[in-house]
Design a protein around this ligand. Structure first.
Ligand SMILES: N[C@@H](CCC(=O)N[C@@H](CS)C(=O)NCC(=O)O)C(=O)O
Length: 210
């Protein structure tokens, strides 16, 4: 199977990190959503990454749907998401906050590079949403006593938060002052120190807008 997308995308990165942690072999196709749009269109008409193309040729789209399939593949014991109940709902909420923050941070990048004049109303709204989620995640992480967000082993929530934090910090450094979010900074440092995070990484290369 192969994974389409570059590792500067927090969504592609979280998918690749899960594949590695699950010991599922895959090939990487680092196609650009802008430069390689025609090639990506053959697998995803939405022109978005990540896309995971299975050996059968089936193309899975959206990081949440891809991870859902990977969880099913490795089974509930190994899956990095609680099987059911309140624990699963809490973890999904943290993931939704992190990936939603990622959506806003990506949106702001496009606003900056693709528009000649940024729409102030939209920029301010995204920045408010990013600040609100960072504050909420900071408060929640501060209350956690275990090494990982939901216990003794790493989960999708940990990975999502760390990948989105790195992306947002690189794309919009003025929005992520680590002094204001010490628990999130410590969380990110713990994740980024792991070999898999050091292997699956790419400095941000935003589209040029030309
Ligand atoms: N909800 C999607 C978001 C994926 C996403 O926004 N990917 C960006 C790259 S970071 C993309 O493909 N952007 C191109 C576009 O939307 O036109 C997921 O979780 O996979």
């Amino acid at each position: 199977m192969f994974l389409i997308g570059q590792y500067d995308s927090p969504f592609v990165r979280r998918t690749a990190i899960a594949l590695k942690l699950y010991d599922l072999p895959f090939q990487h196709r680092p196609w650009s959503t802008f430069g390689d749009a025609e090639t990506i269109a053959r697998y995803n008409p939405l022109l978005r990454v990540p896309v995971l193309v299975l050996d059968s040729g089936e193309a899975l789209i959206d990081s949440a749907a891809i991870l859902d399939h990977l969880d099913e593949t490795v089974g509930p014991e190994k899956a990095m998401l609680a099987r059911s109940g309140v624990e699963r709902r809490k973890q999904l909420r943290t993931i939704a906050l992190a990936t939603g923050l990622g959506d806003k941070a990506v949106s702001l990048v496009y606003e900056r590079v693709l528009r000649k004049e940024q729409l102030k109303l939209w920029v301010e709204r995204c920045e408010t949403q990013i600040a609100g989620v960072l504050a909420a995640l900071e408060q929640e992480r501060t209350a956690v006593a275990t090494p990982w967000w939901y216990g003794e082993r790493i989960g999708h929530a940990d990975i999502a938060v760390a990948c989105v934090l790195r992306f947002t910090t690189e794309a919009h450094p003025h929005l992520v002052d680590s002094g204001r979010y010490p628990a999130l900074a410590a969380h990110a440092a713990r994740c980024e120190a792991l070999p898999v995070f050091r292997e699956i990484v790419q400095p941000l290369a935003p589209p040029s807008g030309d």
